[in-house]
Write a protein that binds this ligand. Structure first.
Ligand code: KIV
Length: 269
């Protein structure tokens, strides 16, 4: 299968074919995601909370994002790869954003960057898209705003907030963004946003009417110890399976049944 291009995502939206996005942070996850046939892999800055065990995404660096995007790219042959721009890699000014987004594409092989924000980053999105860097917007709950929001709170619960989401989505589309992630908002708010623009919307905790869905890899396969948020569905419970496998390994090492004959190199006679 050929890697999808931006116009394919627009076509999918027009045809009512849902777009499947999943995060990945390494070579193995990338290969698994590609084999499963997802449409877009995202190296999310959720790298900080999932892989690095941090409380939020603020501290993850550009270098770390590029490193992980690079190893994810190595695991992907034909899948569109997007990479988050981390906190403070695009907020200072659009020149710095362009330099940093350019580094992400050149050094990692990602096909697009994702940035949190709406009308406030429209000028930067324009600069990047006019320079040949495809941009995915991200509105609603924006984890990089945790210190302003005071927590991970559902957005768009009242009509003035919905108006703001619509205004932000339109500003992103007008600036050249080719897709927008809608995070943590009531389904009605996501529908209002979707109806106001022509580019695909990808939801996470935004109900079922968006043009596609995105989940964090570890959430989707049930690998994390903590209880996931309401919008997550665990499509497998892999954590207990892996723990059981490691317990069996430990038992077999201790009782001497591993390595068995078939695991042992033999001298040639
Ligand atoms: O960082 C991330 O993983 C994300 C997705 C959840 C959309 O932004």
């Amino acid at each position: 299968m050929q890697q999808k291009a931006i116009e394919d995502f627009i076509k999918m939206k027009l045809n009512g074919e849902k777009i499947v996005m999943i995060t990945a942070y390494d070579y193995v996850q990338a290969g698994i995601a590609e084999e499963a046939g997802v449409d877009i892999v995202l190296v999310g800055d959720s790298l900080a909370t999932t892989v690095q065990g941090k409380d939020n995404t603020i501290s993850v660096t550009l270098e770390e994002m590029i490193y992980h995007a690079k190893i994810v790219r190595t695991g992907l042959k034909n899948t569109f790869l997007a990479c988050d721009m981390p906190f403070m890699s695009y907020q200072v000014n659009s020149e710095q954003a362009l330099t940093n987004a350019g580094r992400i594409l050149k050094e990692s092989g990602a096909n697009a960057v994702k940035m949190e924000g709406g009308a406030n980053i429209a000028g930067t999105v324009k600069k990047l898209t006019e320079s040949g860097i495809p941009v995915i917007g991200h509105i609603g709950l924006m984890p990089q705003f945790i210190n302003v929001l005071g927590g991970y709170k559902v957005q768009g619960k009242i009509s003035s907030q919905i108006d703001k989401l619509v205004e932000d989505a339109k500003a992103l589309e007008d600036s050249g963004a080719f897709m927008i992630v809608l995070e943590a908002m009531p389904e009605d708010a996501a529908v209002s946003v979707k109806k106001s623009i022509n580019i695909p919307t990808i939801g996470i905790g935004a109900g079922k009417y968006t043009d596609g869905q995105v989940l964090v890899f570890y959430d989707a396969v049930g690998m994390l110890a903590q209880k996931p948020p309401k919008f997550v569905k665990k499509f497998a419970e892999s954590r207990p399976i892996i723990i059981e496998a490691l317990k069996t390994y430990g038992r077999e090492v201790k009782n001497g049944s591993f390595p068995a004959e078939e695991n042992i190199y033999k001298q040639q006679k």
